[in-house]
Design a protein. Structure first.
Lengths: 496, 310
């Protein structure tokens, strides 16, 4: 049977922001639709309206000509709309089966049979009786998909599904989605990754700042045209000039090990690498393979053996982050609001936080506010942070602006080495471009970068050398121009 | 000195009796905490239960009204907590502490007129069977209905959490209220219900103290048992069966140290009095060391307010 889903004049207004501005769209089963847009474009709001999580201020939703009242997620489920959220909606401490039975009305036995037959049909293999927290991201996503399929949905919405997957897992997902589509399920695929849209979808709707900008068929589009529609301006493509870098070694990691007491952390074993001046070393990997531990060891949040880290001819393995900063290292952690900045504090206070000794921000224990503010203004203008109020609490900055502020704060002391962890995670194309340009500029000034990232494209674009981390072990270090994303994908999955 | 085997049985029975209020209050609080709510008002709810039970018994003369009235009183006072933390989204810790202070104060006020009034005898079951089996007789028979209920409760609680759908929903809400809400579960309703249930069990625990264990009203008669119940929940890593073990150790050491004091063992009294607290916590920490299991049974959202925004 054909499924027709119509969104008609939907508007949702939040204080200070129009998330959806009079959006109308129509979908038909048999096709895969992409909903494309930057962060904050309103696509997540729109699909949350479709799944009953958010109630729109105005507008109507029709499924096969029936006007749907979606006041809760339950209503969406009852009307055969299934949704896989970007941040998984699973209960980590419950078993897979418990996660699936919780919103089902079926008996245990018949549900188990149903799940088994779904898994056989689509070639999923997941142990139903282990807790969800032991699953990989790809498996968790499959659990979410199974949860939707149990209800024989007419519509399946996927919100940024590949942000946590490897290349291989992504292509597996695409195969499944195509199969679902052939079976008559209407698929709406939300993303900001243009390559995926080109590869998977039949039609694409682009949103920008809450408004629907265009609806078109994929065959009439290409990556550049979509990017320009998404950003609303012509993006320049940036490329790093790969030059011969110096052979002057800046940091050398020697037989570094880390054994964690927390069973949910990854142990690091026998990490060895070195980075020369002016070089960018990329470290690829699926999240949860020891990146966060490696970052903490490198930044000094976890202290290791003194001789395991040689930086600028000093052994600094036993120093804390503040002491390492004195040796001209700088850090940009993964979680901007949890680790890098304190959300409730003003911009200028956050700027002061990592500059204790070398700066003259503090005199005899008193804060020299004028000095800090002056310095903060310089960072804001040098690094293009889009605000002029340095007393603004940092939680009110957008992700992109906050990341610029953090990188700016680190770079303004002109460090020899910047270690960053997923610096563009969750940012929109414009901000990503800016951060990438900045990182390239650092290398051009003969300063070095260690870039730990789960974004393969980013690594290939910025790195001179690349290594892959898998289960706490580093692969051999490769020259970036000899590596392909396929090769990285295999190494990230633990292959050779 | 000849020790009668039935005397040992009686000591064990008295240990079990002293564990009853701890088991009741802990198992109630365990359900509350499994749904992600930290209610530090157990002591306050218990003492309210104690005075309500005793007062209702004295005024109406009916034990049934008194017991259920005490539970209802626990429910009512926990409703205040539920309204504040779930509807007005106040901080769990501060609200719970306030609840305890409130409970102790109001119970003393109501209790003024009931000081010195003798309690009533509470009927016991299987009295006649007490002497039929040596040792086991006094342990198994001749106790109040509340006593039997308390010793069944950890198993019922464990079954409820592991095997029933509602138990699963409670655990799910405690694990991730956001996900639960997105699945269409009414988080606030589940948490309200769990808080009220916890209140009723604390009320019952209080009634047991003032009506059965020491049938009289004494101001502040819970004497910190609510806090011990809270500690049992945490140190048992939210496992009802381990609560039973912890409550027995605590009850046992409390009784034994009384006997040791009576015999005149030369250990400072203060140390003996502190012993149950220390040993219980050490034992529970030792038997709950597996950090994997801790992670799996700890309600991840414990003490965090959940606010659904639209």
């Amino acid at each position: 049977m054909n499924t027709n889903l119509k969104i008609s004049n939907v508007t949702k207004i939040y204080p200070g922001c129009v998330a959806n501005d009079n959006v109308s769209l129509e979908f038909n089963s048999g096709k895969i639709y992409a909903l494309l847009g930057e962060n904050g474009a309103g696509k997540s709001t729109l699909v949350k309206i479709l799944s009953g999580v958010i109630i729109p201020d105005e507008g109507k939703i029709y499924l096969n000509e029936n006007n749907l009242k979606l006041n809760s997620p339950l209503d969406a489920k009852k009307n055969d709309i299934g949704m896989v959220f970007q941040h998984f909606n699973l209960f980590e401490t419950l078993s897979v089966f418990e996660n699936l039975i919780i919103d089902s009305d079926e008996e245990r036995e018949s549900l188990r049979e149903k799940i088994d037959s779904i898994m056989r049909k689509y070639n999923f293999s997941i142990d139903l009786d282990i807790p969800v927290l032991n699953l990989s991201a790809g498996q968790k996503q499959k659990v979410e998909i199974i949860r939707c399929l149990i209800r024989n949905p007419k519509v399946l919405i996927m919100d940024e599904p590949t942000s946590v997957l490897t290349e291989q897992e992504t292509s597996e997902l695409f195969l499944s989605l195509k199969k679902f589509s052939e079976e008559g399920i209407l698929i709406i695929y939300i993303t900001h990754k243009l390559k995926e849209v080109m590869e998977l979808c039949d039609e694409v709707a682009v949103m920008r700042r809450g408004k629907l900008v265009s609806v078109s068929e994929i065959k009439n589009e290409n990556i550049e045209s979509l990017a320009n529609k998404m950003v609303g301006q012509n993006l320049k493509t940036i490329k790093k000039k790969k030059e011969k870098t110096s052979s002057d070694q800046l940091i050398n990691i020697i037989n570094l090990n880390f054994i964690s007491e927390d069973p949910f952390e990854t142990n690091l074993s026998d990490i060895n690498f070195s980075v020369n001046r002016g070089e960018c070393l990329g470290i690829a990997g699926i999240s949860g393979n020891g990146q966060s531990e490696l970052f903490q060891v490198l930044s000094g949040e976890i202290i290791s053996d003194k001789n395991s880290i040689e930086f600028n001819k000093n052994y600094i393995g036993d120093l804390n982050p503040q002491e390492r900063r004195e040796y001209l290292m700088a850090f940009s952690p993964e979680d901007r609001l949890e680790q890098a900045a304190i959300p409730q504090m003003a911009i200028f206070e956050n700027v002061a936080l990592n500059n204790f000794k070398s700066s003259n921000f503090f005199n005899n224990g008193l804060i020299n506010e004028n000095k800090i503010k002056e310095h903060s203004k310089k960072i804001i203008s040098d690094f293009n942070v889009n605000t002029d109020n340095i007393e603004l609490k940092s939680q009110f900055l957008s992700g992109g602006n906050l990341q610029k502020l953090i990188i700016g704060r680190e770079l303004i002391t002109s460090p020899d080495l910047l270690i960053c962890f997923n610096p563009t995670w969750g940012l929109d194309v414009g901000a990503i471009n800016y951060i990438h340009e900045t990182l390239i500029k650092i290398n051009e000034q003969n300063k070095s970068i260690i870039l730990i990232s789960t974004d393969t494209d980013e690594l290939l674009k910025l790195s001179d050398k690349i290594s892959v981390i898998h289960k706490g072990k580093l692969s051999k270090i490769m020259n970036a121009d000899e590596v392909t994303s396929e090769k990285l994908g295999i190494l990230m999955g633990g292959g050779n | 000195m000849i020790i009668d085997i039935n005397f040992i049985g009686l000591i064990i029975a008295s240990i079990m009796a002293s564990a009853v209020p701890l088991i009741l209050a802990s198992c109630g609080e365990l359900i509350t905490e499994r749904s992600g709510v930290l209610n530090l008002g157990v002591e306050g709810m218990m003492i309210i239960g104690a005075i309500s039970g005793f007062a209702l018994m004295t005024v109406t003369g009916s034990l049934i009204i008194a017991v259920f009235g005490a539970m209802l009183a626990g429910v009512l006072i926990s409703t205040i907590f539920a309204f504040l933390t779930q509807t007005l989204i106040t901080n769990h810790v501060a609200t719970g502490l306030a609840l305890t202070i409130f409970g102790i104060g109001i119970s003393a006020m109501i209790g003024k007129n009931f000081v010195g009034i003798p309690g009533k005898e509470f009927p016991v079951l299987f009295e006649g069977l007490k002497d039929t089996i040596p040792l086991l007789g006094p342990i198994l028979f001749g106790h109040s209905i509340v006593f039997y209920f308390a010793f069944a409760l950890p198993f019922i609680t464990s079954y409820f959490l592991k095997k029933t759908k509602i138990g699963l929903i409670v655990r799910a809400v405690g694990d991730s209220p956001e996900s639960a809400s997105n699945q269409g579960i009414n988080v606030r309703l589940v948490r309200y219900a769990c808080i009220l249930y916890g209140g009723s069990m604390s009320g019952l625990a209080g009634a047991y103290l003032s009506m059965i264990y020491t049938p009289q009203w004494i101001e502040n008669m819970t004497g910190g048992r609510g806090w011990i119940a809270l500690a049992l929940v945490v140190f048992s890593t939210w496992n009802p069966i381990k609560i039973l073990i912890g409550a027995m150790i605590f009850g046992g050491l409390t009784i034994i140290q009384f006997h040791m004091q009576a015999i005149g063992v030369r250990i400072p009294v203060q140390f003996l009095t502190a012993l149950p607290y220390i040993v219980t916590i050490v034992v529970l920490v030792v038997i709950s060391r597996d950090s994997r299991k801790i992670r799996l049974s700890t309600p991840s959202s414990l003490g965090k307010s959940f606010h659904k925004d639209n």
